[in-house]
Ligand binder design. Structure first.
Ligand code: AVJ
Ligand code: FE
Length: 436
């Protein structure tokens, strides 16, 4: 296939796949639930829907295609920076049918644009990234919408096969990661976002990393050992937050006598002990780490493990350079929760570290900062305006993340108090003198 044919087929496939997911998430509930705000942390789903269409119109129809605006009158309603999430229900938003019509019309225009080969002297091939960015944008909002579904009260409406059971658990609890430089970030992934670039060398001293994310079983031990009531385990800010919010367990856990249950997408279930814990904030992860005598990995440590290759080059993924598939990672909302530790032995890294991609986002100790040589592209509001803010980095994607997003170089970030996202963590530690 020629470059232009490759771009067309990949862009079309990814846009179609994203839209199928969006449609499922927005057609599975009635109009009242689409326009309702299920949490002040989230937009009404109907806002996400039209925002997806508006970004697609801005970047693919107007910017790449050079077409006249379809609905410039609504741009400001769907500008995430003009209206914080909590205020969005009060806006004169498009209703469910209008929003569906709008995103469909935008998509038809995109197919027109994709069918042409040049735009005012520029060739379609020069715009490949814009299509990838928009497909990823929609998929990221699909994960956000899945989190809104999780927050919604009421009967279950989403359905998916149960996540897989353990097949072959990790051989050891920890892997020792050799010290030395590694290549972090990328210059070659065509759809990598600005904050993943440029590739640069980072010297990471030897350390130990756990071969699996922390499970519910261990998290229950932390709770039973008084983890939520021992101030010495928490940072000053973390303890203040824990008291102010009355945190005693991960979000969506409910106590019944001595037993804990969890509510997931409308169903109450027993806690699955072998699955990674999910819906904990960075402060909870930090307290757990202190309780366990360990710490969270830095972002560079996390990426070094995920991309480790004995040759010293950086792999695209823990298992090698091939794209994720159903045997390697729990991604793409195929299952509505994380899978047991050991469910994806074929996705393990060269160091025997499991489930770095998929299952749960993993909190890192690092704040969200630019790589040396960073250049904002194509707009400052994608990443640059968040650098240096009160954010912590999350890596690896969750069961709700699509594979078009879940690169080993992909960087997510959120406030350290957030836990409606599908976030868990894994532990690291410094080596003891006799291990070095
Ligand atoms: C990278 C997940 C933090 O959801 O705010 C969506 C992605 N950027 N629309 C977010 C994003 C613009 C972003 N995160
Ligand atoms: Fe967005």
């Amino acid at each position: 296939m020629s470059d232009i044919e490759l771009l067309r087929s990949r862009a079309e496939a990814e846009l179609v796949r994203a839209r199928a997911r969006t449609t499922l998430l927005t057609d599975s509930i009635d109009d009242a639930a689409l326009v309702a705000q299920h949490s002040p942390l989230m937009s009404p789903l109907v806002w996400d829907l039209a925002h997806i269409g508006n970004q697609e119109e801005l970047w693919l129809v107007r910017d790449v295609g050079g077409r006249e605006p379809l609905r410039s009158d609504i741009d400001s309603l769907y500008d995430a920076f003009q209206h914080p999430r909590a205020s969005r229900p009060a806006l004169p938003l498009l209703g469910p049918q209008e929003a569906r019509g709008y995103v469909g019309t935008v998509r038809d225009k995109v197919w027109d644009v994709l069918g042409r080969s040049s735009f005012g002297g520029r060739r379609l091939e020069e715009f490949g990234f814009a299509f990838g960015m928009i497909a990823q944008h929609e998929q990221q909002h699909d994960e956000t919408m899945l989190a809104t579904h999780q927050l919604r009260r009421g009967r279950p409406v989403l359905d998916a096969p149960a996540s897989p059971r353990a097949a072959r658990p990790p051989q050891a609890d920890e892997a020792i990661v050799p010290g030395g430089p590694f290549l972090m970030g990328t210059d070659t992934e065509p759809w990598a976002l600005d904050n993943e670039r440029p590739q640069h060398r980072v010297d990471v001293p030897a350390f130990a990393i756990e071969t699996a994310p922390v499970t519910n079983r261990r998290y229950l031990e932390f709770i039973a050992d008084g983890g939520y009531h021992r101030e010495e385990l928490w940072s000053t800010r973390g303890w203040a937050h824990r008291l102010a919010e009355g945190l005693v367990a991960p979000q969506f856990w409910e106590r019944d006598g001595d037993a804990w249950w969890r509510r997931r997408f409308g169903a109450l279930e027993p806690i699955a002990e072998a699955e990674p814990v999910v819906h904990v904030c960075w402060f909870e992860a930090q307290a757990f780490a202190r309780w366990a005598g360990k710490r969270l990995p830095t972002e560079a440590e996390w990426e070094k493990v995920a991309r480790y290759d004995p040759s010293g080059r950086s792999r695209r993924h823990p298992w090698g350079d091939e794209d994720p598939d159903v045997t390697r990672a729990n991604l793409g909302q195929r299952h509505l929760g994380p899978a047991e530790v050991g469910a994806y032995p074929d996705g393990a890294s060269a160091l025997g570290v499991h489930q770095m991609i998929g299952d749960v986002w993993e909190w890192c100790s690092s704040g969200f900062e630019p790589y040396p040589g960073f250049a904002a592209f194509p707009y400052r509001e994608y990443s640059e305006v968040f650098f240096g803010g009160d954010y912590r980095v999350l890596r690896g994607g969750s069961f709700g993340t699509d594979e078009v997003v879940a690169r080993s170089t992909f960087r997510n970030w959120d406030h350290p108090i957030r836990r409606q996202i599908f976030a868990g963590f894994r532990l690291a530690r410094d080596l003891t003198p006799d291990e070095i």
